[in-house]
Design a protein around this ligand. Structure first.
Ligand code: NAP
Length: 483
């Protein structure tokens, strides 16, 4: 890996401000999905080391919370500036361990850093209330106080942004954390910790525990009553496990889980906008985001033209190693991900779908998959129920608004939905009828530090980013003063 600053490549965990190896120097390999090569051997910590990280976080949190919000904000701002100053190296680390094109990795660094900038500002606007008292000789007020130490578990598909979206509001509020990154992408997390240390974030406030045994680390965090909150991004299945495990110690929970995003194109949509939006939503990160369009519903009158134009644009995509110029789609993260995509395409074909382009493994080999368009999709197919997490655009035909909304809502998930229409009243009616946490109208990209990100139903609990995101890390204390 060619870095301007090679010291950003850390391979030990970061606990209590110290770079920490596992007992017996146990390690696991991090692989570049574009080449299959081992990039680094990272410390493989487990349950005992997770408890040690919690031991460190408890006193560190108290000291951090005792500092002024302005002081915390200034340290965070420094962290943000260091991330931006080292953005190119961070993007190279990210692409090397995860596979997304370098242009997308650069975008993720800026997006991830924006949460630190935003919440550094929000730290200074944490306000309690003074209420009009109903009793003459009593005064009522509220304080907003940090929840304490929180546990965080993050996925591989956004190795930087899913961390900053949790850690930034948490430390802005005066909390400390013990975070376990995905085993495929620990290097981005450790580089962030290196920059946090350089920025002056005190020892013990951010602890990064890398390890292969996610279930043991997760259970240790959930069982420990000193951890007052769990925040998780990943699959619905693991989200349910963490919620169940946290019942014993009744923790506050934030869960950003799976999606099954509908993208609805109405006859009156601007077709250029709809194609550009669908390409951006569907193929970003090779289709491996929780908000990627998973079911594309297209109205009768525009269906054939939309299918033809989407196929043209899809067939023109450049697939390859994300470090190469002009590559728009990298490899799939691993063989398990690849198998799921193949299974969904085979199931759709067996049930009558037609392949307009792609449809199988890419000639590049490894875990590369061809950008694919399928038509003739129906609700009986697996792709209707489960997110594919791959570069496969499946087109469903519909006639009426009610039919589109009913199909879009016919899922246990409720994260993001997209609509394309030039009819304003339809835009409002359909947006209101969609049972989703986020609706993106006439654009395929909507996520920002300023807008609340999160889902309903089996897509999770709570919101990240925005003016609401910091509330997830604060408790409201009611104080009644007798005069
Ligand atoms: P995953 O299997 O749920 O893994 C996510 C994280 O959980 C990883 O760090 C993993 O560790 C850890 N983990 C696995 N089993 C665990 C357990 N029993 N206890 C505690 N931690 C455990 O999900 P994934 O396949 O990496 O990510 C894809 C999923 O995330 C998709 O469903 C996607 O929709 C969702 N996602 C949601 C959002 C959102 O904001 N809503 C954003 C991105 C992704 P290991 O790496 O060690 O296995």
């Amino acid at each position: 890996m060619n870095l301007n600053d090679p010291t950003l490549l850390r391979t030990d965990s970061y606990v209590n401000g110290a770079w920490t190896a596992a007992p017996g120097d146990r390690r696991f390999a991090v692989t570049n999905p574009a080449t299959g090569e081992t990039v680094a051997e990272v410390a493989d910590l487990g349950a005992a080391e997770t408890t040690a990280a919690i031991d460190a976080a408890v006193p560190a949190q108290k000291a951090w919370a005792a500092r002024t919000a302005k002081d915390r904000a200034m340290v965070m701002r420094k962290w943000y500036e260091l991330i931006m100053a080292n953005a190119e190296d961070l993007a190279v680390i990210l692409t090397t361990e995860m596979g997304k094109p370098i242009t997308e990795a650069r975008g993720e660094i800026a997006y991830g850093a924006s949460f630190i900038d935003w919440f550094a500002e929000e730290a200074r606007r944490i306000c309690g209330d003074v209420m009009e008292s109903p009793i003459p000789d009593k005064r009522f007020l509220t304080f907003k106080q940090p929840v304490g130490v929180f546990g965080a578990i993050t996925p591989w598909n956004f190795p930087i942004a899913m961390i900053t979206r949790k850690v930034a509001p948490g430390i802005a509020a005066g909390c400390a954390c013990v975070l376990k990154p995905a085993e495929q992408t620990p290097l981005s997390a450790l580089a962030l910790a290196e920059l946090a240390e350089r920025a002056g974030i005190p020892a013990g406030v951010i602890n990064i525990v890398t390890g292969m045994d996610g279930p043991a680390i997760g259970k240790t965090l959930c069982d420990d009553d000193r951890i007052r909150k769990m925040t998780f991004t990943g699959s619905t299945e693991v989200g349910r496990i963490l919620m169940r495990q946290s019942a014993g110690t009744l923790k506050k929970m934030s869960l950003e889980l799976g999606g099954n995003a509908p993208l609805i194109v109405f006859d009156d949509a601007d077709i250029d906008t709809a194609i550009a939006g669908t390409m951006a939503s569907k193929y970003r990160n090779a289709g491996q985001t929780c908000v990627c369009a998973n079911r594309i519903f297209v109205q009768d009158g525009i269906y054939d033209e939309f299918a033809r134009r989407l196929t043209e644009a899809t067939a023109a995509m450049k697939v390859g190693n994300g470090m190469e110029d002009g590559v728009e789609q990298g490899p799939i993260i691993d063989g398990q991900g690849l198998n799921k995509i193949e299974r969904h395409v085979a199931d759709a074909r067996a049930k009558g779908a037609e392949v307009l382009t792609g449809g199988g493994r890419h000639a590049l080999g490894g875990t590369y998959f061809e950008p694919t368009v399928l038509t003739g999709m129906t609700p009986e197919m697996e792709m209707f129920r489960e997110e594919t997490f791959g570069p496969v655009a499946g087109l469903f035909r519909f006639s009426t608004d009610d039919e589109a909304v009913a199909m879009a809502n016919d899922t246990e998930f409720g994260l993001a939905a997209y609509i394309f229409t030039n009819n304003t009243s339809r835009l409002f009616r359909v947006s209101e009828a969609l049972e989703y946490g986020m609706v993106s109208a006439n654009t395929g990209i909507f996520s920002s530090e300023v807008g609340p990100f999160g889902g309903v139903k089996s897509s999770g609990l709570g919101r990240e980013g925005s003016k609401y995101g910091i509330d997830e890390f604060l408790e409201i204390k009611f104080v009644c003063v007798g005069l």
